[in-house]
Design a protein around this ligand. Sequence first.
Ligand code: FES
Length: 225
Amino acid sequence: MNALVLVGMSIADADRRTELTAAARAHGATIAFLQQAEPALSLELTRLADAGTTAITLVGVNLGPLGPAHSWLRRIAGHWWREYAGTTPEVLVATRLADDLDRIDDVLGEAKPISGTEAGLTSAAWESVTGHRHQVMICRGPRCTAKGAVDNLRAMVLAMLEHQLGDDDVLLVHTGCQFPCNQAPVISVQPDDVWYGHVDPETATTIVKEHFVTGQPVVTHRLMR
Ligand code: FES
């Protein structure tokens, strides 16, 4: 028994679950996610293996500009392969990510098997707690998501790249409802205790430029207690 799994690589792919599911159905596949959505890839691999699947092909789908590198698909699959307690199926990973749901067939033909020798999930670089100055709470509750939280996130990440701010400087955190929903989309910045409302991508970019780089909160969209 063979199976095909389309694996969303980033939160941008989790946001497009409906499209990913439709593409999977068209290919007789199921879906899984590398992060931030269910089912997690490991859970889906276990489900298929427990059901007696003998060969599983994984195609990574990266529809956003900011997904993790392709190598993480092999590393996560390799970790699962080493840990799975039952009879391990053959797991093949497409050698390229599909950056468009119309390109799944293009990458499907080029898949290489997992060998169990893939790099693990740890690195010497990830030993310590980071010294980031700000934790940025991006509300992904229902109101904020409906009003453009995803576009704000994308603008913020792109602006951080432009200003060479990494996880060591600013940690972006997705949250559920932060409560001032009438001001959606909401972003709050800790430990400064600065709250922003009615944020749009232009404002998100300005927050990076002014608040994170120069330390000056953006007064036009600041919410006062
Ligand atoms: S949904 Fe974002 S503050 Fe409530």
